[in-house]
Design a protein around this ligand. Sequence first.
Ligand code: MSP
Length: 652
Amino acid sequence: MQEKKSYYITTPIYYPSDNLHIGHAYTTVAADCMARFKRMQGFDVFYLTGTDEHGQKIERAAREKDMEPIVYVDGIVENIQKLWQALLISNTDFIRTTEKRQEDVVQKIFTRVYEQGDIFLSEYEGWYCSPCETFFTERQLAEGKCPDCGREVELLKEESYFFNMSKYAPRLLEHINNHPDFIQPESRRNEVVSFIKSGLDDLCVSRTTFKWGIPVPFNNQHVVYVWFDALINYLTGIGYMQDEAKFNKYWPADVHLMAKDIIRFHAIIWPCMLMALDLPLPKKVMAHGWIMLEGGKMSKSKGNVIDPSLLVQKYGVDAVRYYLIKELSFGQDGTYSEEILVNRINADLANDLGNLISRTVAMVIKYFGGVIPETRATAALDEEIQAVALQTYTEATEKLDKMDFSAYLHATARLVSRANKYIDETAPWLLAKDETQAGRLAAVMYNLVECIRIALILTAPTMPTLMERANKQLGIWDNLEEIPWEDAEIWGKTKNGTRVTKGASLFPRIDLKTLEEEEKMTVSESVPGPTPEKQAAPELVAVEDEYISIEDFARLDLRVAEVVACEKMKKADKLLILRVKVGEEERTVVSGIAQHYTPEEMVGKKVVLLANLKPTKLRGVMSEGMILAASDDQYVDVLTITKDIDSGNRVK
Ligand code: MSP
């Protein structure tokens, strides 16, 4: 049997100085999406992640908690591993730099490079802050003082080992020139090239000011510099110097993935180290942007980090992963907010994908008792939808291969939208009324199931549980193991006789009410506004409820109401408190229109009130009904009665 082609992908190994946040989750989920995609393509994938546990910062963090460093990191590493389980990260191995295998390999490499003359003993001169026990370069100082604690620093010399990095600079530049894909995206490549051209210093690769590290094997006064140690994890993890067959199978790595903050370590220091070891360089070093918060960068000191495991508990793993993968455009930074996350879930997953599946399942049940007949009548429109599906496959594959994650999910989202539009174009509920159209109706149903099948394959690397959940309703696959990626390229794989079954909603719409920001949620409730992205096929349009009866409509008690008083809600930018007269009765209504109407403008208006809406307390004020308004991204327009019709009259 032919051996599978290998694919080796890594994330940075994270510092376990504290629990990880959504930024770390981004890299790990993105790499996981790649690993799953390559497995579906038939590669033998090795996906490595882990923790970078040595160094002064960790030692200090442990000391602050009065703990031994290893005890301290053990606790955090356990949390990190739990987080990766919650996010369904499918890593092949998890490496810790405190493991014996890493210590052995680092020491052997250090000795080898020393013996060949590329590591040598010299003196390191720098500005030393003794309370922080840290050296700084002149440039790192803050107005001549320690950039961390602001205290005085002194010029000190320390005996150190140096790695002769400058020697490898010309070869590295040549390699970068000859391999345009080596550093991605291009902006990072340019940054690295100009950095190398400005001249590389030799790198200080040992420390004597602290102990928490791997000892230099032939001089135990020194510990190995934490980055020299950490980068080697990429070799240790696949058996370098320990399991040569395994190592040869996976090295060189296909991609080291990280954010732009550590590109220089990976695209300069690391390749020079590999050259010194006579090893081939990784095929690609890929840097994505940062997830920022509205107030700037996420940082533990600012106390504004987002814990991904809480998001998973709240929104489910598929939705959180989908949001992350779609959010950062190639190489760019993105901004995280929970509101954006919820909007994304509602728009893409609940309204579009979830609704496409539930409508299709409901229609196949309603029109064909759950099984699509084999006699099907195609029409010209079907060719177009097939072409869109094929094009989506090609685009998704290309974008994933480039690691342009967001563009990949934009492509799959377009297929889903197109399929929803196909329902509107073919109007199955009208076809169902005409017996001669039964074959056509069957073809429409089949095509929808095919679009869903393809979309589920293409989104499987992003949403690992969706295919199985959806298949319980769709019954497309008898066995869900090892669905090949290429199945999405073939139209017509859904077998005749496939039986669909009704099930729970795959992505229930999230009501913004559940968000912590009460103000935003009350606005969404009192103004039935748009889902900010778009208003695609809301759940109500599901087939069984295509039409509502006049009795259904009559359940809404809509009344003309005259605004007799109005004021702004205190400490809430968006809310007005209206006093309205409905016939003989007066009511209080809270409405999220304060950014579009002043209280003065509202008084005297005759508006339309949904009078039998269950009263609810908003910001401590009991709201007895809801006034109607039309809205889009820009405007909110309250519906008003322009003729002299008394309040209390029905609107129907
Ligand atoms: N230990 C080193 C890496 C050694 S690799 C041989 C390190 N660790 S870290 O814990 O600081 O992780 C940095 C990495 O975490 C980034 O390169 C990126 O992959 C991820 N991210 C951390 N914060 C992030 C954002 N706000 N946004 C996106 N990615 C972020 O550096």
